[in-house]
Design a protein around this ligand. Sequence first.
Ligand code: IVH
Length: 709
Amino acid sequence: MTTSAVSRKPASALTPEEARAELARLAAGIARHDRLYYQADAPEISDAQYDALVRRNGEIEARFPELIRPDSPSHRIGAPPAEAFGKVRHRVPMLSLGNAFSEAEIGEFVERVRRFLGIKPDDSIEFTAEPKIDGLSISIRYEHGRLAEAATRGDGTEGENVTANVRTIRGIPHTLGAADFPDVIDVRGEIYLAHDDFQKLNADQAAAGQKVFANPRNAAAGSLRQLDPKVTASRPLRFFAYSWGEASRLPARTQWEVYQAYRRWGFPTNPLARLCCGLDEMLAFYRETSVQRATLGYDIDGIVYKVNRLDLQDRLGFVSRSPRWAIAHKFPAEQAMTILRDIEIQVGRTGALTPVAKLEPVTVGGVVVANATLHNEDEIRRKDVRVGDTVVVQRAGDVIPQIVGVVPEKRPPGAKPFEFPTTCPACGSHAVREVNERTGEMDAVRRCTGGLVCPAQAKERLRHFVSRNAFDIEGLGEKQIEAFYDEGRIMQPADIFTLAGREERRSDKLVDKKGYGRKSVENLFKAIEARRSVPLDRFIYALGIRHVGETTARDLANAYHTWEAFRAAVEAAVEGGHDSDAYRDIDNIEGIGEAVVDALIDFFSEPHNTQAIDALLAEVTVLPFTRVMAAASSVAGRTVVFTGSLERLTRSEAKAQAERLGAKVAGSVSKKTDYVVAGADAGSKLAKARELGVEVLTEDEWLQLIAQG
Ligand code: IVH
């Protein structure tokens, strides 16, 4: 269909039958041109002709709104603006990838995969290799072949509903183009902007006196998160499909064949993707692509390798938040030279003093960098970094920019070595480097001893408390916490939840504050109310206990299920000390080591902390943690110990599989062990199991048990 195929009659003169027929022709024709443009890269008509088709479609729809088709191309042009984005829970979390920066690390990755699966040295294993697109990931749900919902990644568990905006993206089909699709599938991939579209967008923005974007990724993100889909529609966003979330059935047995299915259904997939047989081919692809990178026309920041067979992907499973079956091989970091203006000391939530380099702003890999981390005082001494020096800054992906080193020839005369402070810049307390009792080594980090009197630590703890993976309170960001703390509004977490109630009694009302209005205060209070109940894992993480990151918090929540059980266990360990059973019980949890148990004990021994928690618990409800897969498996919640050599599974695979089914895998046998799975040559653990009367299973019996589901 070309523009000449469009009827010359004005829309107002069409009969309903003519209108219906023409809308059908337009829908099919425009969809075809979309495919030619985005997938085949072979448009048959000019952009102006395309726009004329879309305009004609719009004119007819305006005259006959009752005839608008569900697959109408006008949905690509933008539905009415939304109030705000709703939240969408990802039924299968959107995870990230492990990173590698050298060929040696990729060699180790391949080895790890082979070892885990028990693949013999002579047998080969296939991987797909494809560029890692520097855009933003998206999950698009198709129900019965129709686009139903699209969500951003968000924190990986919950994203924003951007369905109306995604419908405007020309490369994303509204209905799947071949009949072999499953009832339900979340198609995942990357939304990005090509270099020339980015340049044009920025030129237009500048001409219109609007904000220009730092790089294509920010521009793509900004374009997708537009409340008015018409704005998104005017930005030429592109898409590559490369993975999936929930799927009622998969169309293939390998990653490679899924890409073929994606293409059949109408999605663009990266034409450079390649099937590789082993390490040499993977690395060859990496080298070739690094050369092509400059002329690709869009930003990529590395190569992603994925195990090709989906059954092997399933067996490999996940560690923490990344798949064991895939890895990102990053391109080397981009570097630039600039002048170090100052070294500022920041105080973190656990009192760590971190030196931050204040730089003469410089563009590194498309982003303006004004701050970089200097890690700690030893690092400053080792690199002999001095204020006034010309330094080399480097930036790789999302990581904080780093100072690689100084350019000694450019050192100004009189530059003095940096003296690291021995008192806290925020509260004046002594700052010390602790000596680890067990190893006898001095900690690299100097810490403020001010604890709860230090305002910097208090603010950092609050910031952590409201952050995205903790309480996630919208409208309470870094700036607000800082101001609310200084004004005495929020001094500890519980104060957040009593903020609204205390407003009346204050003379300096929030609504009168600069930058606030009635609506924004209402929204803030609403966001706070929405967080009066919080799952146990987020709650533990939010407390900001040293060494307790997200994964550890989840491991603890998974082991104890309720807040009461967790607290009782920790208090018993506080009471019993290092040699108690209570201590060992926590230490025995998979993923938890002594450093964590010690940190829990330190935290809960401090009355100020327990008081702050009690005040908080008067305001919020901690929801029990739903154990991973608990209901679905016969071994959920059970503790199992593997010993001896297994034949059908490797040890790490057995462990990962048991954990996936909700079981705890322990390293030693105790009264609390439910099963000991004994392979050949099992020794002392088997004897201990017999002594304690713990049930002993052979490898086959174990496999039968878990097969019962
Ligand atoms: S596969 C389980 N393939 O990289 C994760 N990711 O660090 C499966 N990305 O969040 C992801 N290009 O946004 C995959 N070809 C590609 C990719 C890609 C870019 C992004 C994606 C993901 C991040 C992981």
